[in-house]
Design a protein around this ligand. Structure first.
Ligand SMILES: [Mn+2]
Length: 425
């Protein structure tokens, strides 16, 4: 199903408060020296990919509780991303997970995606679970495995993923490994790292000229004693060894509690090696909760460094942005809309940070003023700017309210049936 422009127009026209709120805020910001039009247009340009596995009710560890009307084919997943995009105008891409979402008819899938204004972002390989009829098992690792046959199978899978992505117009491969060990002594750290390095180099050789390889890290889980690519340092070493098309990917949930993620982001951008970003939020570990739902100030501080890097680090490439969140108890589409809203909100607030004043306060070691400058931006309610950016692009003033007013979940259930199941986790 698709949302008609007229439906959104009717919905938007019923909002009586937007204009007044926007004018008030725009006035305030202009008086503070901001160019409101520039901020709104930057918000409109900021697009975040939706992963194909987040459209069904998730629950990666225990039971799954369906939200009904879930997409059961790649076509339906792209339709869902199209719905989110037409409401928010900030989700103009999908990130496919292979082999969960291998297209059968490439032309048809590309046509469908472009009909809902969706492009194909980074493709993700999966060597963390065994596939049907696979010759080798990933039980003891993939790219790092002690067995050459297993390593070769996982390299071949990654090359297949590149080939699939290439046919769709993707420009990046994301590699995340579950490889590691659950008990001391199980792995030789050096051998596992060296094997991973060599395997990644083989994959890198198959990377098209205009592609990037994004190497994701994670400190624990599913292995609980060690992971081969445990942190940004390990990822950066591997990327440096592979070459200039290889980069580190930061996933917010892939850190030990209270890690200073904004500092990691900042230094990677200084070195021109931050390639991708996965949004989610967490209280304890890799909880994959809605972005901005637990630590919105941390998300703002991270965005402050991202904005600083985007403006000051031409050596760093454009980033691949993706939401990597999924869980059990919300309508997945509403959940993704909430994440997009939180991401845009943090981005908008980071754009309000007076970088020149901050630099001067840092130079003077005026610690209090430094904090005041950051919090002045953070405390500004910028939601009317987001509404304006969506209105300019033809989206909904309030995507969640529009989603509910148009009764989209029930329409999806009507089309697809109640007990459909999305492929994926
Ligand atoms: Mn991730």
């Amino acid at each position: 199903m698709k949302i008609q422009k007229e439906q959104l127009l009717d919905f938007n026209n019923s909002s009586t408060t937007h204009k007044e709120n926007f004018d008030f805020l725009a006035n305030q910001l202009t008086n503070r020296g901001h160019n409101v039009e520039t901020i709104v247009s930057k918000l409109g340009e900021f697009q975040v990919a939706i992963p194909s596995w987040a459209l069904g009710a998730g629950g990666t560890r225990f039971g799954r509780f369906s939200f009904y009307g879930e997409p059961s084919s790649l076509e339906q997943k792209i339709e869902d991303v199209g719905l989110i995009h037409s409401l928010t105008q900030t989700a103009g891409a999908v990130s496919l997970h292979i082999p969960w979402d291998v297209p059968e008819d490439y032309m048809a899938i590309k046509e469908l995606a472009s009909s809902v204004d969706i492009s194909f972002d980074a493709v993700n390989s999966n060597t963390f679970q065994d596939q049907k009829n696979a010759k080798e098992s990933y039980k003891y690792g993939s790219l790092s495995n002690t067995s050459q046959a297993v390593r070769e199978q996982s390299i071949a899978h990654n090359l297949d993923v590149i080939n699939i992505g290439n046919q769709l117009g993707s420009k990046a491969l994301t590699v995340w490994l579950a490889d590691g060990s659950s008990f001391p002594g199980q792995n030789n750290f050096q051998t596992a790292f060296q094997n991973t390095q060599d395997s990644l180099k083989d994959i890198y050789k198959g990377l098209p000229e205009d592609w990037k390889m994004l190497i994701e890290y994670k400190p624990y889980e599913p292995n609980f004693y060690s992971t081969v690519i445990q942190d940004w340092g390990a990822s950066l070493m591997l990327a440096n060894e592979c070459g200039e098309k290889a980069f580190t990917l930061v996933d917010l949930g892939h850190h030990l509690p209270n890690s200073n993620i904004e500092q990691i982001v900042s230094i990677l951008m200084l070195k021109g090696k931050l390639g991708g970003f996965h949004f989610n939020d967490s209280k304890y570990g890799d909880d994959d909760l809605t972005a901005g739902s637990i630590k919105p100030y941390a998300l703002f501080l991270i965005f402050n460094e991202l904005v600083y890097g985007m403006e000051n680090n031409p050596q760093n490439p454009d980033l691949a942005w993706m939401i990597d969140a999924s869980h059990n108890i919300k309508d997945p589409l509403e959940d993704l809309i909430q994440s997009l809203e939180a991401i845009q909100e943090s981005y908008a607030k980071a754009l309000l940070v007076d970088q020149d004043a901050l630099k001067a306060a840092q130079q003077d070691n005026d610690v209090v003023k430094c904090q005041e400058i950051l919090q002045e931006a953070y405390r500004t309610d910028i939601r009317p700017l987001l509404e304006k950016a969506r209105l300019n692009a033809g989206g909904a003033i309030s995507p969640i309210k529009a989603y509910r007013a148009l009764d989209l979940r029930n329409h999806l259930i009507g089309e697809r049936g109640k007990y459909t199941i999305a492929t994926g986790l």
